[in-house]
Design a protein around this ligand. Sequence first.
Ligand SMILES: [Zn+2]
Ligand SMILES: [Zn+2]
Length: 267
Amino acid sequence: MTIEASELSPACFGLETWGRPLSEYDGCFSYQHLKSAGDRPISYDPSYFISKDKVDTVRARIMNTRSKKPRPIKPSIPQEAIDACEASWDAANEKKRKVDPKRHDASSVFVMTCRHSQVLFLCNIDTPGERQQCIVACLEEVKDLIPLHAKILQAYDVGCVMDHSLNLVHFFSYPILSAGFRERVSFVINAMHSFGHQWVCQIVYSPCLRRGLCLTNAEGVERFWSRIRKLIGITRNQWNLHRIWMIDQYTAFVNEEGRENLGSWIH
Ligand SMILES: [Zn+2]
Ligand SMILES: [Zn+2]
């Protein structure tokens, strides 16, 4: 990472007083990579992509934690509602394979943005299912950018399921989010997506009903996907590291433009 937090989004990270942090997170499964396109090393250090090593370490930790017996907890919404949300959203199904591992060596790219749609981090998914490692890796990166007392309100298409699954494994000895950090992260569901959730889930997780979010709809990630959509066809057949380079560079361009627009909008 070579970019300062205050450069990513001055309006979020240049604050003197905290109390409004929010990030959004979403994956785009159009960014698959064909195995046949191969890979070659290039000398490039991505600014936005979290390194494969970091993501793999988080993944190993999640696997280890999941192998333990879950603790009995009372969910924030009825268990049947969580199960129904999980069943109706592909993103919540960690086992569901989005790509054929024989043909593809990356299934998608995940992005975390701030509430002004500025990209904070990107993550390449090179496993056919199992995507929780990316949101956890992104959250841990954000943790390093904010003061110890600042909290994160995280929007995610399946925030209800993620929230519950982090609580299930929140043993002090085997936490997925490091001890003391879990309490600082709350979840909501992106406004448009929340309408597809169970009614009881919407009452708890809809941003329209969550104090402090005002009119934020947390759909900035969709705007980002729309901005970079032309890369889908190009990157699928590139060497994998060239694909990372291209998405990373284009993200820098989109962020730069976003900063300029945000400045003039605030003005
Ligand atoms: Zn921001
Ligand atoms: Zn839900």
